[in-house]
Design a protein around this ligand. Structure first.
Ligand SMILES: [Zn+2]
Length: 378
């Protein structure tokens, strides 16, 4: 079996830094981190003369990329195109994310996930269903006509994938505890989002079922002195993670820094919420019959409402470092923490027996290469 390696002046394994070292792997598994001087001669080796090797970035909220919106191409091939586009921006793995759609399209997304994982499509970890189980008062760019509160029986009728992760974003205030429990029992990761809940509606029982909160601050009831809303509850619920969009447009840098202070370490993680325009030649796409365009780096619909982000993981990491977060923590927010959030126990660290997955950045945090399941893409 051939050993493969990449090296760079700096390597961050998720816990510690190594200097002038190489990441060595065989097939799709990490073997070791070795000083470059100790690399065996016969090894297939690529050296990057500048920058840093980090655990492969994982983005748990990706609506599209490379001119494909997952909602408009709900297939394993659509997922593949999206993953390829995001690799150019440092993302090794992602959850293709279906924006609120019909039950038929939800089933198509679940089938595409099953197929993509069976065919080992590089980068697909599962699927994220963002709705249609949302609150119409926080609909964002979703079509509120599609929203409903599912019963356990309705959930039972879908054919769920047998492999891969399923993340569901739901407005938990509208959904019966029995349906939320059904999700948990079936291994679904539950995130509260597009929610207008008052703090009192997020009962202890419901919160115990909530793994996370989707795109903190965006499309959720705000934090106020007399009413903590979803934002206050998200910040104050230690066992739950919060995902956050760090394009500097969706969330003010100060709000980001405050959230980072409030959450326990490991519970704030970066998502892009990227759309078809990332890694594409065009600057617009159609969602539910409506044209969405990039204007001044913002994605907006015809009313001027924000409709997803036009950013990759690499720039998202660069931004939070610029806002004062230490480099090691910023890198973990894009790799280690999202891996933990969706229970991927063999990703998020560069350690022996973990999956061979890495992101190589230059000194300005732009992507040089990505390793996915032992394949080097550059
Ligand atoms: Zn959303």
């Amino acid at each position: 079996m051939t050993l493969k390696a990449i090296s760079a002046p700096r390597l961050f394994d998720g816990n510690n830094y190594h200097h002038n070292c190489a990441l060595v792997w065989q097939e799709d598994q990490i073997v070791s981190i070795l000083p470059m001087s100790e690399l065996p001669n016969e090894i297939e080796h690529q050296h990057f003369p500048n920058g840093i090797i980090a655990p492969g970035f994982i983005d748990i909220q990706v609506n599209g990329g490379g001119d494909v919106m997952f909602n408009n191409d709900i297939t394993a091939q659509g997922m593949e195109t999206i993953c390829r586009a995001h690799r150019q921006h440092g993302t090794a793995y992602l959850l293709p994310t279906l924006i609120s759609s019909t039950p038929q399209n939800i089933q198509a997304a679940l089938n595409a996930t099953e197929q993509a994982i069976a065919e080992s499509v590089a980068g697909v970890l599962g699927v994220h269903l963002e709705g249609p189980w949302l609150n119409k008062d926080k609909k964002g760019a979703h079509d509120a006509n599609l929203f409903y509160a599912p019963s356990s029986d309705q959930l039972e009728q879908f054919q769920w994938p047998t492999q891969g992760k399923v993340l569901v974003t739901a407005a938990v205030e509208n959904i019966d505890s029995s349906a939320l429990k059904w999700m948990k029992k079936h291994g679904i990761i539950l995130s509260c989002g597009h929610s207008n809940a008052k703090a009192a509606q997020l009962t202890e029982e419901k919160l115990s079922l909530v793994d996370g909160f989707t795109h903190l601050f965006n499309a959720m009831s705000p934090f106020e002195g007399r009413e903590p809303g979803v934002v206050g509850t998200a910040l104050n619920t230690d066992h739950s993670w919060c995902s956050i969009i760090t394009d500097g447009i969706h969330v003010h840098p100060q709000s980001f820094v405050l959230a980072h202070k409030a959450k326990p370490q490991g519970k704030l993680l970066i998502v892009t919420d990227a759309m078809a325009t990332l890694g594409s030649k065009t600057n617009q796409f159609v969602l539910d019959g409506e044209t969405i365009k990039v204007v001044d780096n913002k994605l907006v619909n015809s009313n001027g409402s924000l409709a997803g982000a036009h950013i990759g993981m690499d720039q998202s990491v660069a931004n939070v470092i610029k806002w004062g977060i230490e480099e090691d923590e910023a890198l973990r927010m894009a790799s280690t923490y999202p891996a933990q959030a969706i229970n991927c126990n063999d990703l998020g660290l560069l350690e022996p027996h973990f999956r061979a997955a890495a992101t190589v950045l230059d000194d300005n945090y732009q992507t040089q290469a990505v390793v996915v399941d032992g394949y080097l893409y550059q």
